[in-house]
Design a protein around this ligand. Structure first.
Ligand code: PGA
Length: 263
């Protein structure tokens, strides 16, 4: 079935860029986003740069999001940033459960479920990241891990509350390593995501949620990845810091929607 899912491209800047370099990068990405309105483009700068970047890209069609939000609404949580704060500085989106937080900071599915609640309450688009480690893949358990992560984080959430949900499938072993998942493996994982969403909610919901791939997406492999029916775009780390490369990735995602119209 041809879908009408709008391609999504996220640029996860992680703990990179200076303020000046971030503003310059944002300006260039805004130009690319303006040139390709078929794709939804979001950049995720570090917290201190969010407001400046958002002001810089205002009116371009490029959105800005947080790399994380707290599981609590407010209070004594030193160093954390709430979903409401992100919303107040103009964020439209937030990453939840990135592997560098799941594995580097031991974030649990229960905590991610709380973060998802906070994001939804504040009207932020949640981009929930899931993905297996190399050991889990080699044990033949990739699908099981993906399904378990989805069940854990989505627990207690209604289909209606998740209308804006995006899922990023990011195999941990492909993030920042230059090792991309084989297109057939990525496609299979995306099918697992969609089947799990259908089991948890409905086939209709599963069909409309965007499922994007992350893990060493770059200018040269984006077109092949995004050419797959199941892959609705990408969450990009390293290559999103290079304006020309990220522009190529955005163009690849946008042409996916024109390919579809031609089908
Ligand atoms: P990468 O990172 O593109 O540098 O592999 C992807 C991510 O962490 O979202």
């Amino acid at each position: 079935m041809a879908t009408t899912r709008r391609p999504f491209v996220g640029g996860n800047w992680k703990m990179n860029t200076t303020r000046a370099a971030g503003l310059e990068l944002a300006r260039a990405v805004a130009d690319a986003a303006r040139a390709h309105p078929e794709a939804e483009v979001v950049v995720y700068p570090s917290f201190p740069f969010l407001e400046g970047v958002r002001e810089r890209v205002s009116g371009s069609g490029l959105s800005v999001g947080g790399q994380d939000c707290a599981g609590h609404q407010t209070g004594a949580h030193t160093g954390q940033v709430s979903a409401a704060m992100l919303q107040e500085v103009g964020c439209a989106s937030v990453l939840i459960g990135h592997s560098e937080r799941r594995h580097g900071l031991s974030e649990s599915d229960a905590l991610l479920s709380m973060k998802l609640h906070r994001a939804v309450e504040c009207g932020l688009q949640p981009v929930l990241c899931v993905g297996e480690t190399l050991a889990q893949r080699e044990e033949g358990n990739a699908d099981g891990v993906i399904a378990q992560q989805l069940h854990g984080a989505l627990h207690g959430h209604s289909e209606q509350s998740l209308a804006a949900l995006v899922i990023a499938y990011e195999p941990v072993w492909a993030i920042g390593t230059g090792r991309t998942a084989a297109v057939s493996d990525a496609e299979a994982a995306h099918r697992t995501v969609r089947q799990t969403l259908a089991d948890l909610y409905s086939a209709r919901f599963a069909e409309q949620v965007r499922v994007v791939y992350g893990g060493s997406v770059h200018a040269k492999n984006a077109a092949e990845l995004f050419g797959c029916e199941e892959i609705d775009g990408g969450l990009v780390g390293g290559a999103s810091l290079v304006a020309a490369d990220f522009a190529t990735i955005i163009a690849s995602a946008a042409s996916r929607s024109s390919m579809r119209r031609g089908r």
